[in-house]
Design a protein around this ligand. Sequence first.
Ligand code: DAK
Length: 257
Amino acid sequence: MPVDIERHGASAVVTINRPEALNALDLEHLQETHEQLAALASDRDVGAVILTGAGEKAFIAGADIKYMRGLDVQAARAWGELGHSAGALLETMGKPTVAAVNGFALGGGCELALACDIRLASSRAKLGQPEINLGILPGWGGTVRLARTTSLGFAKELIYTGRVLGAQEALERGLVNAVYEPADLMPQALELAGELSAKSPLAMAYAKESTNLALQGEHRGNLATEARLFSMLFASADQKEGMDAFIEKRDAVFTGA
Ligand code: DAK
């Protein structure tokens, strides 16, 4: 299969399966990734999604350069839109998305990791936006999301030079949330996804929706959205359960109601 899906309880692991090309995304793999993400987004049994790459070397070494080489303007536009749409699914689906960056995350690979809510990296990971060296620019959201995740000045440095970072520097720059030994990466990602899946799905979806607004749009409007989403949660059974559990000194059991 071009993309493997594994369920671990309420967590789904999406693995790009093309290790012979360092999981570079050609049309088949990108389309399948997109389809699988769309299906997981609407699956109420899934509480969190982990994105990773097959093998020990790569997360995703980018869009497939050999495929892209021959694209004309129209095909490049459709290709760009498909990548954007995959990124938008990761960024906006109403459940947390975690990138388990197990090796090279370059170009479009770094961009899909940036579209995830949280990035965990192996100590062997290498991240960057080397598109400038191919005569193009990051086209799946990298120019925007890298600046939002790190800083504008650092994003410009990486995008203009194409420099590739090790995991430790990525951590220091805020590009990844944590770094683990390679063998510990997936257990840690599963533990985090399991923890997030146990929260109230509605509170999680609203928390994600509101937090996604943080660095864009109009400040007062964003605060108003937060207040509206906050108050709507008081119509949920999970809000009562969460507060009852605190008062009764027990763990909450959320149902999504
Ligand atoms: N595309 C195609 N094949 C790739 C690939 C890629 N991005 N990355 C690796 N491979 C293939 C290699 O060609 C090689 O295949 P064979 O030659 O054996 O058939 C195999 O994977 C193993 O790679 P290497 O032999 O090169 O392995 P090394 O360990 O020596 O080097 C490396 C690993 C990751 C440093 C190197 O493979 C590398 O530099 N790869 C390219 C990384 C890169 O430049 N990534 C960015 C791609 S550009 C758009 C929107 C978005 C985008 C484009 C357009 N629009 C809006 C239209 C996105 C662009 C990108 O992602």
